[in-house]
Write a protein that binds this ligand. Structure first.
Ligand SMILES: CCCCCCCCCCCCC/C=C/[C@@H](O)[C@H](CO)NC(=O)CCCCCCCCCCCCCCC
Ligand SMILES: Nc1ncnc2c1ncn2[C@@H]1O[C@H](COP(=O)(O)OP(=O)(O)OP(=O)(O)O)[C@@H](O)[C@H]1O
Ligand SMILES: [Ca+2]
Length: 501
C-alpha cells in the first residue's frame, strides 16, 4: 500500500492518505475557488495568505459500523509548481490502479425494496461516480428479467469494466444469470449438464443496496449502505464468492449465491410474493403467518460433506469482504451421507446470509468463497422450540445448539421429497395440491402438512421440490468464481460490491 503523507493542512495538522483510498484530486485556485469544477471553497484567511496554492484530495474515510464515507482534505503550499507536481503525481498514481473501473453499465430496479432505487442512485451514488471520473450507462428496468435478458443478449459488454445493479438480492441474481448464461452460450457450454465445466466470465458485478433483504450486500460489506457500496466499487475492491448451481433431472434451474431454503423460507416466500405491495414488511407478515401454519415436509437429504476444509459451521469466525478464505484442496474425502425425516426447514446458506433482520445471519460462520454451503436441517419440533430457534438468529445464542437442528458444511447435496413418485418431477402447483388433498383425505383427523413446499432460491421460487445442488470452488485466482457440481470457475472479479463470477 502506498501512502502519501502531506505537509500541513490549513489547520496545521498532518494527514496521511493511502493512494488506494483516494477517489479524486483537484487543484484549487485559492483566490477564486476550485479550477476543476467551478465550485467555490472558502479558505481560512490566514492559510490563503501564507500558502497561496492548494489542492483537495477526496478519499475514503472509514466511519462507524463498516460504513464508508467520502471526505475531503485540502493541502496548501507556497509554490504553484510544487502544487501542480503533487496533483500530477497523485493523478498518475490513480491511473496506475488498474483494478478500478472506468466504465460501468448500471441497472436500476425502480420497484425493489421501498421503491427508492432511482433516488438512491441519483442522489447518493451518481455524484461519487462522477467525482471518481467513472462514466456510466444507466438503464432503469421496465420489467422483471429486463436486466438479465439485456445482459444475456444485447449489452455490449466489451465497453464496460463492470456491471452494477441498484436493487436487492433479486437484481443481483439477474446479473449473475445474465452474465453467466451469456458466457456459457458464447462458449458452447451446456448449462443443463451438471458435469459440464463452466467458462468464467470476465466482467465484475457490483451491487448498490436498494432491496428488501440486501443480504448479499450486508453479508459481504457488513452494512446495507449505498454510499459504502459505491465507494467499494470506485476503489476497485473485489470479493470472490461461491455460486451453487441447482439442477433437476439434468435440467439447469438456477444459480444461488445466498439462500436455498425449503419448508419455512420457501413457504414464507411463496406467500410474500402475493404481498409485494407491502414492501419489505411482507417478509415479516408472511414469516409470522408461515410460523403459525407450522408445516413440516418429509423427504430425503443426501449430501457430500466438505471434510477437507478448515472451518466448521459452528466456528466463531465471521467472513466478510476483506476476509479471504479460499480453500485450495478439492478432493472429496468420505462419501455421501443420507438423512431421512420430517423437516420444518432445509436451508443451504452459501454465505452467512446476514441481513438487518438477523445481523449474524442464518449461518454466521459460513465463508464467502470456500466452495461450500452450510446445510441446515431443522427437524419437526414444537412451535415453541421453532420460535426459540428463530429468535436465536437475532441474539448471540447459537441457533444450531438445539436437539432438532443439525448443520453440515457440504460440497453438494440432493433433496427428494417423500412423495416424489417418479423421476419426471411433479408439477407442484397441480399435482402438489392434488397430493395434499389426497393425503388429508387419507388422514382426516390429523393436521397434515402438504407433501411439498417450494425452494426459495435467493428470493425466487423454484418450480421443483427435488433438486441437486453443487457448490465447489477452484480458486485459480483470488478474484471471483462460480461453482458447478464438480468444478467451479473463476473470472476476474468485481468490486465488493463488485463480485466476480
Ligand atoms: C421472532 C423473530 C424471529 C426473526 C428471525 C429472523 C431470521 C431471519 C433470517 C434471515 C435470513 C435471510 C436469508 C436471505 C435470503 C435472501 O436470499 C432472500 C432474497 O432477498 N430473502 C428472503 O428470502 C427474505 C427472508 C426474510 C426472512 C424473514 C423471516 C421473518 C420470520 C418472522 C417469524 C415471526 C415469528 C413470530 C412468532 C411470534
Ligand atoms: N422494472 C421492474 N418491474 C418489476 N419487477 C422488476 C423490475 N426490475 C426488476 N424486477 C424484479 O424485481 C424483483 C425484486 O427486486 P429486488 O431484488 O431488487 O428487490 P427486493 O425483492 O425488494 O429485495 P431483496 O431481493 O433484497 O429481498 C427481482 O426479482 C427482479 O427480477
Ligand atoms: Ca460458502
Amino acid at each position: 500500500m502506498s501512502w502519501l503523507t502531506f505537509f500541513i493542512t490549513s489547520h496545521g495538522t498532518s494527514h496521511g492518505v493511502s493512494v488506494s483510498e483516494i477517489l479524486a484530486v483537484r487543484e484549487l485556485d485559492v483566490d477564486c475557488g476550485t479550477k476543476d469544477d467551478g465550485r467555490w471553497q472558502k479558505m481560512p484567511q490566514k492559510s490563503t495568505e501564507a500558502y497561496p496554492y492548494a489542492f483537495t484530495v477526496s478519499y475514503v474515510e472509514r466511519a462507524w459500523q463498516h460504513r464508508w464515507r467520502c471526505s475531503d482534505v485540502t493541502f496548501h503550499c507556497l509554490e504553484g509548481a510544487l502544487c501542480q507536481q503533487w496533483v500530477q503525481t497523485i493523478r498518475e498514481q490513480l491511473t496506475a490502479l488498474t483494478s478500478r473501473p472506468k466504465h460501468l453499465l448500471v441497472y436500476i430496479n425502480p420497484y425493489g425494496g421501498k421503491q427508492q432505487g432511482e433516488r438512491i442512485y441519483e442522489q447518493k451514488v451518481a455524484p461519487l461516480f462522477t467525482l471518481a471520473s467513472i462514466s456510466t450507462h444507466v438503464i432503469v428496468t421496465e420489467h422483471a428479467n429486463h436486466a438479465r435478458d439485456h445482459l444475456r443478449t444485447e449489452a455490449e459488454l466489451k465497453k464496460y469494466d463492470g456491471v452494477v445493479c441498484v436493487g436487492g438480492d433479486g437484481m443481483f441474481s439477474e446479473m449473475v444469470h445474465g452474465l453467466v448464461s451469456r458466457t456459457q452460450r458464447d462458449n458452447g457450454v451446456d448449462q443443463n449438464s451438471p458435469e459440464e465445466k463452466l467458462v468464467p466470465c470476465t466482467l465484475r458485478i457490483g451491487i448498490i443496496p436498494a432491496g428488501s433483504t440486501d443480504c448479499i450486500c450486508y453479508a459481504t460489506v457488513g452494512i446495507n449502505d449505498p454510499v459504502t457500496s459505491a465507494l467499494h466499487i470506485i476503489v476497485g475492491d473485489a470479493q470472490p464468492m461461491d455460486v451453487c448451481s441447482v439442477h433437476h433431472n439434468n435440467t439447469f434451474l438456477r444459480y444461488s449465491v445466498s439462500l436455498l431454503g425449503y419448508g419455512f423460507y420457501g413457504d414464507m416466500l411463496a406467500d410474500s410474493e402475493r404481498k409485494r405491495w407491502m414492501g419489505p414488511a411482507r417478509y415479516d407478515f408472511s414469516g409470522f403467518k408461515t410460523f403459525l401454519t407450522h408445516h413440516y415436509y418429509e423427504g430425503t437429504v443426501s449430501f457430500l460433506p466438505a471434510t477437507d476444509i478448515l472451518g466448521t459451521p459452528r466456528d466463531k469466525t465471521r467472513c466478510r469482504a476483506g476476509y479471504v478464505l479460499l480453500q485450495r484442496t478439492m478432493e472429496y474425502k468420505g462419501g455421501w451421507r443420507v438423512i431421512r425425516g420430517k423437516f420444518l426447514a432445509i436451508n443451504a446458506a452459501s454465505m452467512s446470509c446476514a441481513c438487518p433482520r438477523s445481523p449474524k445471519g442464518l449461518s454466521p460462520a459460513a465463508h464467502l468463497a470456500d466452495g461450500t454451503t452450510d446445510l441446515i436441517l431443522v427437524r419437526k419440533c414444537s412451535r415453541f422450540n421453532f420460535l426459540r430457534h428463530l429468535l436465536r438468529h437475532t441474539s448471540k445464542y447459537d441457533q444450531f445448539d438445539m436437539t432438532f437442528v443439525e448443520v453440515h458444511r457440504v460440497r453438494r447435496f440432493r433433496f427428494t421429497p417423500r412423495y416424489c413418485q417418479s423421476d419426471s418431477e411433479l408439477d407442484l402447483r397441480e399435482n402438489g395440491k392434488r397430493l395434499f388433498s389426497q393425503i388429508c383425505r387419507d388422514h382426516p383427523a390429523c393436521s397434515c402438512s402438504p407433501a411439498y413446499s417450494s425452494w426459495n432460491c435467493d428470493g425466487e421460487i423454484l418450480p421443483h421440490a427435488a433438486i441437486e445442488v453443487g457448490c465447489v470452488t477452484t480458486p485459480y485466482n483470488l478474484l471471483c468464481k462460480y461453482t458447478v457440481h464438480s468444478e467451479s470457475i473463476q473470472t476476474p472479479s468485481l468490486f465488493p460490491h463488485f463480485f466476480t463470477l
